[in-house]
Structure formats: structure tokens, C-alpha cells
Design a protein around this ligand. Structure first.
Ligand code: C5P
Length: 215
């Protein structure tokens, strides 16, 4: 039986997490935020006070990642995202996590996966590939609003510098750098609310489904 796969890639803060959740609900597919798997590895190293460049410890932590037990509340901290991007440069760590992600994608009825390398590496045969971006300034403004909405304070310039730095690390690494797949549909959400992005993505997906039905 054919499993349906929607691959969503893009930089941190472009809105792909919310979009992935909305699409998984709408099309009744499983959902995997693959960033959480890299975060879980970083979190395990931090917990054991191990340096983030300890590759063999990172491999062990990667093997122990259980996709059914990824705790967003624990893993969503900003510092863990930064640490995740450091362990994500190691090819052996990536290979272990990618294998788990592929297994997840194969489970019927299929899944929406979001990350950095889903359309290029994890699921190169995905039915739909979306590359979701927004300018670094817009992403920084959104993150600041998010922090302030939960009563926190932060500095716009610092957030912007962080985002630019993370983009550079994710786009510049040798193994599986962040980039749009050749056949990805680009969705720039800089001037789009999440609802508009959701509708635009649905239009792309429904168009592919309609053409397939006709074929
Ligand atoms: O998306 P999120 O901010 O949770 O990802 C954290 C980090 O994990 C990213 O900055 C990236 O370095 C890494 N990552 C990755 N490949 C993925 C998902 C995340 O390298 N598919």
C-alpha cells in the first residue's frame, strides 16, 4: 500500500512546525518534527555534562532516541536548539536518526515530516515537498513576539544574530546542508500569516492529488 509523505524543510522560525501540524491534522497523517530528534541527542549530552563534540557519546544517545517519547516541553528550550545544530553536523549521528525517521515515514497512512533535509535526504521520494522560508528579520520578530507573549524579555538584535548564525551552521555543513530540494515548492511566509501559508500549502497539495487522480 502506498504511504503518503509530505516533506517540509526550512530554516528555524519560518513557521514550518505549525504548518506541519495543521497539514497532518487536515490530511490525517502522522507527524514528526525531526528537529526534536537532534534536540534529544543534544539534551542527553548536556544532561551527562558531556561536550557536544563527543561523537561516540552522541552516537549512543542517537541510538537511544525513541520517537514515541520525544518531550517537546523539555526539548524546546532555545539553548537546546543551538546545541542540536552542533551535534547535527556529525554524519554518523545523522545516519542513525535518519534511519528512525525513514521508518516513521513508512508507517501507514504516511506522515508529514519537518526538518532541514527531509526532501533532500530523508524522503527524497516524498509526494509533496515544501520549502518554507521567511526573512531573518521576520523570523526574529516572530520569535521575540513569542517570548514576550509568555512574559519573557529578549533583545531583537541578539535574536536576529542567533538566527543568522544558526542559518549559517545549517546551510554551511558538509553533510545534508539545509537547501531546497530541486522539486520543492517554495513558500515564503515573510508577509503571510500562518492561515494563509496553510491555505497556500493545501492548494499545492490538492493540485498534486487532483492530477494524480486523473492519471
Ligand atoms: O528545527 P529545530 O530548531 O528543532 O532543529 C534544531 C537543529 O537540529 C537545527 O538547527 C539543525 O541543525 C538540526 N536539524 C537537522 N536536520 C533536521 C532537523 C533538525 O540537522 N532534519
Amino acid at each position: 500500500t502506498h504511504v503518503f509523505t509530505i516533506a517540509i524543510d526550512g530554516p528555524a522560525g519560518a513557521g514550518k512546525g505549525t504548518l506541519a501540524r495543521r497539514l497532518a491534522d487536515h490530511y490525517r497523517l502522522n507527524l514528526l518534527d525531526t528537529g526534536l530528534t537532534y534536540r534529544a541527542v543534544a539534551h542527553a549530552l548536556i544532561q551527562h555534562a558531556l561536550p557536544l563534540d563527543n561523537v561516540s557519546a552522541a552516537e549512543t544517545a542517537a541510538r537511544q532516541v525513541d520517537l514515541a517519547r520525544l518531550d517537546r516541553a523539555v526539548l524546546s528550550a532555545h539553548a537546546i536548539g543551538e546545541a542540536a545544530s552542533k551535534v547535527a553536523v556529525f554524519p554518523t549521528v545523522r545516519r542513525i536518526l535518519v534511519e528512525k525517521q525513514r521508518d516513521f515515514a513508512k508507517t501507514p497512512p504516511g506522515a508529514v515530516l519537518d526538518g532541514r533535509d527531509i526532501g533532500t535526504v530523508v524522503c527524497p521520494d516524498a509526494d509533496i515537498k515544501l520549502y518554507v522560508t521567511a526573512s531573518a528579520e521576520v523570523r526574529a520578530r516572530r520569535r521575540l513576539a513569542e517570548i514576550e507573549s509568555i512574559g519573557g524579555t529578549a533583545n531583537f538584535a541578539e535574536i536576529l544574530a542567533d538566527i543568522v548564525h544558526r542559518d549559517e551552521r545549517d546551510m554551511g555543513r558538509a553533510d545534508s546542508p539545509l537547501k531546497p530540494a530541486a522539486d520543492a515548492h517554495l513558500l515564503d511566509t515573510s508577509e503571510m500569516a500562518i492561515e494563509a501559508a496553510f491555505l497556500a500549502a493545501r492548494a499545492v497539495i490538492d493540485d498534486v492529488l487532483a492530477k494524480r487522480d486523473k492519471a
